[in-house]
Design a protein around this ligand. Structure first.
Ligand SMILES: C[S@@+](CC[C@H](N)C(=O)[O-])C[C@H]1O[C@@H](n2cnc3c(N)ncnc32)[C@H](O)[C@@H]1O
Length: 228
């Protein structure tokens, strides 16, 4: 079961087919006013939600504040690794990310850019409530899964290591539409063996003196900059 914290996570999960349950609001009038402004399609869901007060919402969210006062649960959808490998479009592979919010932001942009899905190769759980919050619930819009080690050849996809010292600059040439783009961990980037094994290494050009971009920002630049 996935815990959805906040109006935006609940909204996207609902829009992409989640079977919401135990929908709770801190204050029904405030939640409905917010929905009318930001997500009118969510009104029927919130009208029947249980009103529980702010303290109960915060306690149910593990002590994390939930500014919108909206919470729900939903079963995790069935799509996983196999679906991510087979779906059309570029696959985002996050190699050992450490920050749940950052990984969530990467999931969010992958959904927006119609990626095939997101694979985390490492210990971070991309369905953790904080990651779901960072993704605004867009795990429900695409296959999202976690594996222990990086599959050496994710499906039949060419592997592109996204690395500040990559030999091809983003925008320099057309890239395959079905590539697996592998991004490194926040502090240390990609291990050299992953870079060596890739079919191509890709750099996002930066002004001299700037060492790197944020992980999720890099995912956005590549997905929108690689071209159709
Ligand atoms: C914060 S960066 C890691 C920085 C690390 N010191 C390094 O040298 O890779 C996290 C990830 O974002 C991607 N990234 C950041 N800036 C990049 C750039 N200019 N070109 C290509 N990838 C970049 C890479 O996948 C990198 O592993």
């Amino acid at each position: 079961v996935v815990s959805l914290e906040g109006l935006h996570a609940v909204k996207h999960a609902y829009r992409f087919g989640a079977a919401l349950r135990e929908v709770r609001v801190a204050d029904r009038a405030a939640a409905l006013e917010l929905a009318d402004r930001l997500a009118p399609d969510l009104r029927p869901v919130l009208e029947t939600a249980k009103e529980v007060g702010h303290n109960a919402i915060r306690a149910a969210a593990g002590g994390r504040p939930v500014a919108t006062g909206v919470l729900a649960l939903a079963p995790r959808p069935p799509g996983g690794l196999a679906d991510a490998l087979e779906a059309p479009g570029p696959l985002v592979v996050l190699h050992d990310p450490r920050d749940l919010g950052n990984a969530g932001a990467a999931v969010r942009v992958a959904a927006a850019a119609r990626a095939a899905g997101v694979l985390v190769a490492g210990a971070l759980d991309p369905w953790h409530p904080v990651c779901v919050r960072g993704a605004a619930g867009l795990q429900f819009a695409q296959p999202v899964d976690r594996v222990d080690g990086l599959p050496p050849r994710p499906g039949r996809r060419p592997v592109i290591a996204v690395h500040p010292d990559g030999s091809t600059a983003l925008g320099e040439r057309r890239l395959p539409t079905d590539a697996a783009y592998v991004f490194g961990t926040e502090r240390d980037g990609l291990p050299s063996e992953v870079v060596r094994a890739a079919d191509l290494t890709l750099a996002i050009p930066m002004r001299p003196g700037v060492s790197s971009l944020n992980l999720a920002t890099s995912v956005a630049a590549v997905l929108y900059g690689a071209g159709p």
